[in-house]
Design a protein. Structure first.
Length: 195
């Protein structure tokens, strides 16, 4: 559909980095600095939140597409998902091995997003409520592209995502702010609690 939904199977992993590298605070600071620069400068914490939103969107979008198409999704891990920057555009993702699961939370959220969320939270003193809201926004964005609002509404009604939405899809409004508004001239995202 678009690059957010792509998972590659490259013949070589040369130039790719395991997603587990994103649990390194030094690497996250570099990513936040690049995000901050691309948005015209602003607080590092806000840039880190926006960067995590991008990562969450890339990880959840192909998983949701697979769940909708087949009823299952690949069970991913930080060691079997690889990334590389794509400029312009979202980061590219590749998968080297996976099993199948009928639960997006068990397959992707718990093994991949929870440890990344914790690293972003600790490294940048970011609220976990904000970061969980970013996961909810990422899922809602994918749902709007796929036209599957009820699937995501169900995900956002159960742990660990329960409470992240003020209103569920298709009229999604998150319960926290991703901090995008902290960048001059950018405004707020379409599902911001401030909007």
């Amino acid at each position: 559909m678009n690059p957010y939904f792509a998972l590659e199977s490259p013949p070589s992993l040369s130039g790719w980095t395991a997603l587990s590298a994103l649990t390194d605070p030094a690497l996250l600071r570099e990513r936040a600095a690049r995000t901050c620069s691309s948005l015209g400068g602003g607080p590092q914490r806000a840039a880190a939140s926006v960067d995590f939103l991008g990562v969450a969107s890339r990880v959840t979008s192909p998983a949701l597409l697979s769940l909708v198409e087949s009823g299952t999704t690949r069970a991913l891990s930080l060691e079997t998902v690889w990334w590389r920057d794509a400029v312009p555009g979202p980061m590219r993702l590749a998968v080297t091995a996976s099993s199948r699961s009928a639960s997006l939370v068990d397959a992707v959220v718990t093994p991949v997003l929870v440890p990344l969320l914790e690293t972003y939270a600790v490294t940048f003193a970011l609220s976990r409520q904000v970061l969980w809201g970013n996961v909810a926004s990422a899922l809602n964005g994918a749902a709007m592209q796929l036209g599957v609002a009820p699937v995501v509404a169900a995900l956002l009604s159960a742990p660990p995502l329960a409470g992240t939405a003020r209103s569920l899809p298709p009229r999604f409004r998150r319960n926290s702010c991703c901090l995008l508004y902290r960048f001059a001239g950018v405004g707020t995202c379409g599902d911001c609690v401030l909007g």
